[in-house]
Design a binder for this molecule. Structure first.
Ligand code: AMP
Length: 471
């Protein structure tokens, strides 16, 4: 097995790694590091928690030490929390260089960020939306000389979806030099490979972990089949079980909406579990502070939406519970990848209702692993069912009394304004679209009705004819 020096890494970086307990390269590092040091573009597809960040941070730092200037490297991340985590790795490993980094993410003060950018930091770690805003609105910094562009969780950054990064990426790519090294990393790169190859044009080196499965062996993947109404009781039962059986534990519960995240947090707190939440309707400062409290084990339970599904590296997480079955296998892969990291063991438990079974099948097909049923004593769950459901209902009523839904509406409006759209016009447009859709539906129903009538009429006609023929 190769060591860092045979991969071409400098002594000072090897020493720095050793201080962090990193002594041997992981496969993604062993394979991608030499190619990056050689000056090639790189697409790295490795399982969650397998050291992807160091696989790009180390070679960038080495190249930076040979020719230090700012802005040398730009890293893009789909989430703000992940951007902070990446910047931290740069800072820790690059300490001997006196590395200057700068984090540019939404929800934080723009003026402070603009000032930091104008000071030519060596490395900028950013989320696309906020960086594009700076590029559009300011000429106090230049990215025309960067050596490295890195897209972490590249498939997410390039995917077209509700948070569409494409326009922002276009703005960013427009100010970067064509001559640069582009590095793309993710645990789920293969789906969008062609698109990725068009961004990394410099004969990219492609590396994918060879294993057939897409999740790590150290992860014990389980499911519980449950009716929707009993889901929360199962959740509470599982948490109680982990609390009773382990001293040192922490767990992440993933759910599909901000509101559900909020209600579950309230419910678990009401039931005296040390719970904290992370979702996009929270103020950014609160998001960072909650994550920090979870990382330092002040709170043992984090309830999160998919904003926490990618990249976050919290070694104490032993359990991931999917309160809802993810609709996309790749969302599942990233969620459960928050545990069993860097060779440690972990468990994931997915709560599955009868409507989600097809989703489980497509997840299993993707990960090439069969999930096993998690054994539960149902009697124990039924004992707490009423109390849990009543507590949940109380929390729902409490939340309804707040302006949570209203805030969501305001956030939507703010987003539209930021995108340069008029919320009133958008609302009118939406209403008109809905009206057209309703008309279309009505029209379709009418046609269906007419067809049915016509069929019946013909049937009656044929019947009558054949009766006459018999007579
Ligand atoms: P990542 O996949 O980059 O989020 O890394 C997951 C975890 O593995 C982090 O806590 C890293 O510090 C750790 N790590 C990275 N490289 C190595 C290595 N070569 N040996 C042991 N741990 C590592």
């Amino acid at each position: 097995m190769a060591d860092f020096s045979s991969l071409g890494l400098s002594e000072w970086l090897i020493k720095q790694c050793r201080q962090l307990g990193i002594s041997k390269p992981t496969p993604v590092q062993e394979n991608c590091l030499p190619a990056i040091l050689e000056g090639r573009d790189c697409l790295g597809c490795a399982k969650t928690g397998s050291g992807k960040t160091a696989a790009f941070v180390l070679p960038v730092l080495q190249k930076l030490s040979e020719d230090p200037y700012g802005i040398f490297c730009l890293v893009l991340s789909p989430t703000r929390e992940l951007a902070y985590q990446i910047a931290e790795q740069f800072r820790v490993l690059g300490k001997p260089l006196g590395l200057r980094d700068c984090i540019i993410v939404g929800g934080m003060d723009m003026v402070t960020q603009a000032l930091a950018l104008s000071k030519k930091p060596h490395v900028v770690v950013a989320t696309p939306g906020r960086l594009a805003d700076h590029i559009r609105s300011s000429n106090t910094f230049s990215m025309s000389k960067i050596q490295f562009l890195i897209l972490d969780e590249a498939d997410r950054l390039l995917e077209q979806g509700s948070t569409d990064f494409t326009k922002d990426l276009e703005v960013i790519l427009g100010v970067l030099p064509a001559k640069r090294q582009t590095l793309l990393f993710s645990a789920t790169l293969t789906d969008t490979l062609q698109q990725l190859k068009s961004i990394a044009m410099n004969k990219p080196f492609f590396w994918e972990s060879k294993s057939e499965t897409r999740t790590v062996e150290e992860l014990d993947q389980r499911y519980i089949l449950t009716p929707e109404k009993v889901k929360d009781a199962y959740l509470v039962h599982l948490i109680q079980k982990f609390t009773d059986e382990h001293d040192d534990w922490s767990l992440i519960i993933f759910t599909n909406t901000c509101k559900s995240c909020q209600i579950l947090t309230m419910m678990l707190r009401e039931l005296n579990f040390p719970t904290i939440s992370l979702h996009s309707m929270m103020k950014q400062k609160q998001r960072f502070s909650n994550l920090a409290m979870f990382k330092s084990s002040v709170y043992k339970i984090l309830i999160a939406t998919d904003v926490a599904a990618r990249g976050l590296d919290i070694p104490t997480v032993q359990v991931v519970i999917n309160h809802n079955t993810p609709g996309l296998p790749k969302t599942y892969i990233h969620r459960v990848g928050r545990t069993a990291r860097a060779g440690k063991n972990g468990v994931s438990i997915t709560l599955v209702t009868q409507y989600d079974i097809h989703l489980v099948h497509s997840i299993e097909e993707q990960i090439q692993t069969k999930m096993k049923e998690y054994p539960v004593v149902e009697k124990e769950v039924l004992k707490i069912l009423t109390q849990v459901n009543v507590t949940r209902r109380e929390c729902e009523i409490k939340l309804e009394a707040t302006d949570f839904d209203e805030k969501k509406e305001i956030n939507k409006r703010k987003q539209l304004i930021l995108e340069g759209k008029d919320p009133e016009l958008e609302a009118k447009r939406k209403a008109e679209l809905e009206k057209i859709r309703a008309q279309k539906k009505k029209f379709k129903e009418k046609i269906q009705h007419n067809i049915q009538q016509e069929k019946k009429r013909r049937k009656r006609h044929i019947q009558k004819k054949s009766e006459q023929a018999v007579k």
